[in-house]
Design a protein around this ligand. Structure first.
Ligand code: NAD
Length: 490
């Protein structure tokens, strides 16, 4: 049975800052409205944090570094992480509804991916942290060297809106596992699940001051204040490449350690020998899941000429079956875009593609019958030149371009002709070609005959302007800890 918005009464929450274990308004007492992008209704208010609030949060995080948190054993901290994961699952229904309300994503998607993965981020790192060792070297009879793993200190976390709780917990779990404290800023569009998570952390036994949440905006506001703060030791940021540049500039005077997960313009490379039905099934997801607002979405699709027509026919037919609508309906495939601003930005790329002579196999317009909210139909464009901005720039919406190719070298050249280097999917049943192309494509994450298949131990991150550093498994600990070498003269 389909669930409609009238069946599910979902209320937003008013979001306060969370500093030193307590919810509180901002120093200025100012708030801004949280808008539901699916209905354009106000669903709550958000305390607007600024530099003064960041100062308080950083002081609280700094104090907490040396209290009870520091004295806990690895097993005690691991148990707390496990409990946070458990509590997220206990509150899954509430968290999924808040996430769907905040982002406009389908409720089923929040229930299937966002919230379970947020819990798993904690469960995974709760286990992983107990297995860590460091390095030791014996230098003949002269000396013994060994490394100690220490927390970095106060970590600033600046988060995006597309997978709010999933991506925030991907940072928070290893940050806590390594013994750090944090000041986190959720994206201004999606404050709700981070607000609830603060309470969950407290209930799980995280001491006051270890986890602080400051809501607010980026430039000239809370985001910039965290980036520039003297007493923040490192910044982990996920968001747009251009924001990464601004944060790097603000962080430069205090030489902060930085970890960046940035934008992408990810290619799908489909060879004619692949199983096209399987390709189409996965490409539907890699193109349109979360309204195309996933950094890993494949938005440039290259198809070997021998399979081009058949792929397009099947891909367009399946895309036409997708239903766009109310995120709380159980049978929708796509919900609403995150905001009016972003919706207009995506539509401007669609207009540009029209001006450039692109052919629209599906979509290219807003969704009929949705009088309120920001809905765009899944859009497939062909006939664009490789120099088109729609082929080169990250659109971050349900819009893909499809381009035919003849030769392996030719497609690799086109795929690598970009400043981005986040992810790529390669489809072929030729084993040697799969290895060759995987090696040649300049991206941090390569999938062969799949997409979005993750193992949290593997290095995750982008090459070129898609990122700095890697997260996952030991790579997260490399960022969230400092290694101190001790040399003993024998
Ligand atoms: P964004 O860069 O606009 O905002 C991200 C965060 O940065 C927000 O909290 C915002 O308030 C803050 N911010 C903005 N300007 C700032 C400034 N000058 N100083 C400090 N903070 C500032 O990104 P977004 O629109 O929220 O997210 C979409 C982008 O994120 C896309 O480019 C997407 O590819 C990227 N992304 C990358 C990954 C990845 O793992 N590589 C994952 C998800 C999203």
């Amino acid at each position: 049975m389909s669930t409609t918005s009238t069946d599910v009464k979902v209320q937003g929450i008013d979001c306060q800052l969370f500093i030193n274990g307590k919810y509180q308004p901002s120093v200025s007492n100012k708030t801004f409205n949280n808008i539901n992008s699916a209905t354009e209704e106000v669903i709550g208010t958000v305390a607007e944090g600024t530099k003064e609030d960041v100062d308080l949060a950083v002081q609280s995080a700094r104090r907490a570094l040396n209290g009870r948190w520091k004295e806990m054993t690895t097993n005690e901290r691991s148990a707390i992480l496990r409990r946070i994961g458990d509590l997220i699952l206990e509150r899954q229904d509430e968290l999924a509804k808040l996430e769907a309300l905040d982002t406009g994503k389908p409720l089923w998607l929040a229930n299937k991916i966002d919230i379970p993965r947020a819990a798993y981020n904690f469960h995974f790192f709760a286990d992983y942290m107990t297995t860590l060792g460091t390095e030791a070297y014996q230098q003949d009879q002269e000396a013994l060297h060994y490394a100690l793993r220490k927390p970095v200190g106060v970590i600033g976390m600046i988060n995006p809106w597309n997978l709010p709780l999933l991506l925030l917990t991907w940072k928070l779990a290893p940050c806590l596992a390594a013994g750090n404290t944090t000041v986190m800023k959720p994206a201004e569009w999606t404050p709700m699940t981070a607000t609830v998570l603060a309470e969950i952390c407290k209930e799980a036994g995280v001491p006051d001051g270890v986890v602080n949440v400051v809501h607010g905006f980026g430039p000239g506001s809370a985001g910039e204040a965290i980036s520039a703060h003297d007493d923040v030791d490192a910044i982990t940021f996920t968001g747009e490449t251009s924001t990464g540049t601004a944060i790097m500039k603000a962080a430069a005077p205090t030489l902060k350690k930085l970890s960046y997960e940035l934008g992408g313009k990810n290619p799908n490379i489909i060879f004619a020998d692949s199983d096209l039905d399987e390709v189409v099934e996965t490409t539907i997801k890699s193109s349109f899941i979360n309204q195309g607002q996933v950094c890993l979405c494949g938005s440039r699709i290259y198809v070997e000429r021998g399979a081009y027509d058949e792929f397009l026919e099947k891909f367009a037919a399946k895309t036409k079956e997708l239903k766009v609508g109310n995120p709380f309906d159980a049978d929708v495939n796509l919900g609403a875009m995150i905001s009016k601003e972003h919706y207009e930005r995506v539509l401007s790329y669609i207009e540009l593609a029209k001006e450039e002579g692109g052919e629209f196999l599906t979509g290219g317009q807003v969704t009929e019958g949705m009088d309120k909210g920001y809905y765009i139909n899944p859009t497939i464009i062909t006939g664009l030149d490789r120099s088109s901005r729609c082929v080169r720039e990250e659109i971050f919406g349900p819009v893909v371009t499809v381009i035919p190719f003849d030769l392996e070298d030719e497609v690799i050249g086109q795929v690598n002709d970009t400043h981005y280097g986040l992810a790529a999917s390669i489809w072929t049943n030729d084993l040697r070609r799969a290895h060759r192309v995987a090696d040649a494509v300049e991206a941090g994450i390569i999938w062969v005959n799949t997409w979005f298949l993750r193992d949290l131990r593997t290095p995750f991150g982008g090459m070129k302007q898609s990122g700095v550093g890697r997260e996952g498994g030991i790579h997260s600990f490399e960022f969230y800890s400092e290694l101190k070498n001790v040399t003993i003269k024998l």
